[in-house]
Design a protein around this ligand. Structure first.
Ligand code: NDP
Length: 257
């Protein structure tokens, strides 16, 4: 019997938005812990897949645009065909649109809510069905990790649909944990702080904004996508089998301030 509770050997993980940023950081950490990776996204995740394979794990690209829920069932089916039944789902794909609340458009509202919240829910549903069936068949516990945000807890400014979507991610994570805790699925979330990715490149490039942000982070630095790896491995592993509906901040202390 394997005594390492963080060992993910032989487990199949779906990571959405795995081609870059936080999704890539999490995919590589799960693979390092032993998981095989289905890298889901619009852009080819060739680099992620190559790196996962170099770690000695299996990896497959699953092309899908999560601005609608049309590809959801196919993602689960293709993962099963190529790698096996999904045991870990990381809902990471996300977008942001910025504008004052008084000027915010319906298009920007829908685009963010559809990708960040609607697709996330229906992927949870499709993966959850498969995980519940696996638990009933042989007691295997499934793991869902939703990527939330500091704006799951705070209001933010000029990002109304993003804040609404990420608050929704927090609420849904708790609801699904309530419904599925006794059915063999752990549903938790990670709330990243300021992480240096394409998504935040403009903030990093703006000298005065960057200084304000750094001064406000107790750790005194931006996070790196690799900083999310430990939290993801924990929430994907048997070490967290009794952790349910938790939103784990990985933010250099931002929320503690
Ligand atoms: P990036 O912009 O670097 O990556 C976003 C990922 O989401 C990309 O892989 C992108 O793929 C994918 N994606 C976006 N839209 C779609 C879509 N319609 N269909 C499929 N995939 C899509 O951002 P981050 O790595 O920073 O963000 C990852 C997650 O972390 C997001 O949910 C974000 O909200 C959250 N987050 C980030 C923080 C940060 O400071 N960076 C802070 C808090 C939360 P493609 O390249 O194909 O567009």
């Amino acid at each position: 019997m394997n005594s390492n509770p963080f060992d993910l050997a032989g487990k199949v993980a779906i990571v959405t938005g795995a081609n870059t940023g936080i999704g890539q950081g999490i995919a590589l950490a799960l693979a390092e812990a032993g998981a095989d990776i289905a890298a889901v996204g619009r852009s080819a995740a060739a680099e992620t897949v190559e790196k996962v394979r170099a770690q000695g794990r299996k990896a497959e690209i699953i092309s899908a645009d999560l601005s609608s829920i049309e590809p959801v069932e196919r993602i689960i089916d293709e993962t099963r065909e190529k790698l096996g039944s999904v045991e870990i789902l990381v809902n990471n794909a996300g977008i942001i649109r910025r504008n004052d609340a008084v000027d915010f458009s319906e298009d920007d509202w829908d685009a963010v809510m559809d990708t960040n919240l609607k697709s996330l829910f229906f992927l949870c549903q499709a993966a959850g069905r498969e995980m519940i069936a696996a638990y009933e068949a042989d007691g295997r516990i499934g793991k869902i990790i939703n990527i939330a945000s500091m704006l799951t807890f705070q209001g933010g400014i000029r990002v109304p649909s993003y804040t609404a979507s990420k608050s929704g991610v927090g609420g849904l994570t708790k609801l699904l944990a309530n419904e599925w805790a006794a059915k063999g699925v752990c549903v938790n979330a990670i709330a990243p702080g300021y992480i240096a990715t394409n998504n935040t490149a403009a903030l990093q490039a703006d000298e005065s904004r960057n200084r304000q942000i750094m001064d406000r982070i107790p750790a005194g630095r931006w996070g790196d996508p690799s900083d999310l790896g430990g939290a993801a491995v924990f929430l994907a592993s048997t070490a967290s089998d009794y952790v349910q509906g938790h939103i784990l901040a990985v933010d250099g202390g931002w929320l503690a301030r």
